[in-house]
Design a protein around this ligand. Structure first.
Ligand code: LLP
Length: 436
């Protein structure tokens, strides 16, 4: 089973005595030591992805910047690793900004996004001295300018645009289309007026435009038309100030054995070529390219380990296999219909030929992790591993049904270290005002 899922599991995942091995660690032992549900990150895999992104971007877009979209997973240890690997970071809220600063990112290497940043978040960002603020709506122009004036700074900003392209992904994670809550649409002079307003704002320095097209993209053909639309716009508003282009993130990863996402290298080459050609067609110098990968940086590096608590066979209907997590730690199947391929981590060499419904422990019939999971004779006490859960798993975890959020460990060379402790019951009520 490990072989069949080789490109879904962290690289180097293997098997020893029938147990799944990640980063040299036996995950059965990790479950015994740290409990379940447990999120396991392969540290080397995160570093490797960051290096590949930096090398490929430098090759195809010299002087470009790799910016990790921390919404995918913002654990401090992962952020620190990524900082050590020389990538910059994108934060989408005051909370993510706080985490990035705590992890040790120099403020100038932090870039702030968000379609509704409030005055407090903007003040925090400007006060810290972030590199760029990506202005996402008309209301933000005066707000950021005013706060910059109060703080006596001139803030570098980009304008987020919606180029009006369809990125061919789930509608909830498509963002490049005109009908979007994000950014300025390129019609009716809306984006032109935003450029003029930012240029007129005394405390803002416009450095370029930004467009994130969508997430979990398995087909990169959308970048060429998007780049042409953006180049057209930049040419039409003229000026030497628009020297940077942030083309967002979006590279998809494999969740099942059939998925064949483009490589990091292909992504960087495709995006850089699309931008270079589109800018050249307009007779403009190639802009400094920013990319913002989230999922493809950490998604494959992480797996989630659950313990089976119940196996219920309904003859002629189906078998339900219940694990000790579910929609509190993994929302993607419920939100986007995402499909995962689990495996029995303590019997990986056994044939995974039983079709079962893998469900969580929450009080909802919709708490289905994998509708038609192929498992090897699942039994109570088995460990089920859900691969490729490093991105948007813990990041979107919640406490539904009073479920404490999982612990997170990093593994490398046979050693494991706890990086996030499991939530406790006390944590769950820690914000409550005592009743007596
Ligand atoms: N930049 C911006 C402005 C974004 O909005 C996003 C993702 C990214 C970069 C990173 O995109 P990535 O490389 O991870 O595709 N919760 C959803 C994904 C939401 C993505 C939101 N924005 C999921 O689990 O599929």
């Amino acid at each position: 089973m490990v072989g069949a899922l080789a490109h879904v599991l962290p690289e180097g995942a293997g098997e020893r005595r029938g147990h799944l091995i990640i980063g040299g660690c036996d995950v059965v032992e990790l479950a015994d030591e740290f409990g379940t549900p447990l999120v396991i990150f392969d540290e080397r895999q995160i570093r490797d992805r960051a290096r590949r992104y930096r090398t490929a971007l430098e090759q195809h877009a010299p002087g470009g910047t790799v910016i990790y979209a921390s919404k995918a997973y913002s654990g401090l240890t992962a952020l620190r690793l990524l900082h050590e690997e020389g990538v910059e970071v994108d934060v989408a809220s005051g909370g993510e900004l706080f985490a990035a600063l705590q992890a040790g990112f120099p403020p100038e290497r932090i870039h702030m996004h968000g379609n509704n940043k409030d005055a407090r978040e903007i003040s925090e960002a400007l006060d810290a001295g972030v590199g760029t603020i990506v202005i996402d709506g008309a209301q933000e122009i005066d707000l950021v300018d005013g706060i910059a004036a109060e703080l006596g700074v001139r803030q570098r900003v980009m304008l987020r645009l919606t180029p009006g392209v369809d990125p061919n992904t789930h509608h909830a994670i498509a963002t490049g289309q005109v009908d979007s809550k994000f950014g300025f649409p390129l019609r009716d002079g809306i984006a032109e007026r935003a450029v003029a307003a930012v240029r007129a704002a005394p405390n803002l320095e416009l450095i370029g435009v930004d467009a994130h097209l969508g997430s979990q993209l398995l087909d990169l053909s959308v970048f060429a038309p998007a780049a042409r639309v953006l180049a057209d716009f930049v040419a039409s508003v003229g000026g030497d100030d628009l020297t940077h282009l942030d083309i967002g993130g979006g590279l998809g990863i494999a969740y099942t054995r059939g998925d064949r996402p483009p490589s990091i290298e292909e992504f960087c080459r495709t995006v850089a070529t699309a931008v270079g050609e589109a800018w050249a067609e307009k007779g403009m110098a190639t802009p400094r390219l920013h990319i913002e990968p989230g999922r493809s940086m950490v998604g494959r590096a992480g797996v989630t380990l659950y313990r089976v608590g119940g196996v219920k066979e309904i003859p002629g209907v189906r078998t339900y296999v219940s694990v000790d997590g579910g929609m509190s730690d993994q929302m993607r199947p419920m939100l986007y219909g995402a499909v995962y391929e689990p495996l029995i981590a303590n019997r990986v060499t056994a044939p995974h030929t039983d079709t079962v419904r893998l469900v969580g422990k929450h009080c909802e019939s919709g708490d289905v992790l994998v509708a038609d999971a192929m498992l090897a004779d699942p039994r109570v006490g088995d460990l089920v591993c859900l691969p490729a859960t490093g991105a948007y798993g813990v990041a979107m975890a919640n406490n539904y049904n009073g479920q404490p959020r999982p612990a997170v460990v990093m593994v490398q060379d046979g050693a494991a270290r706890l990086v996030t402790r499991r939530e406790t019951y006390e944590d769950l009520i820690s914000r409550e005002i005592p009743v007596a």
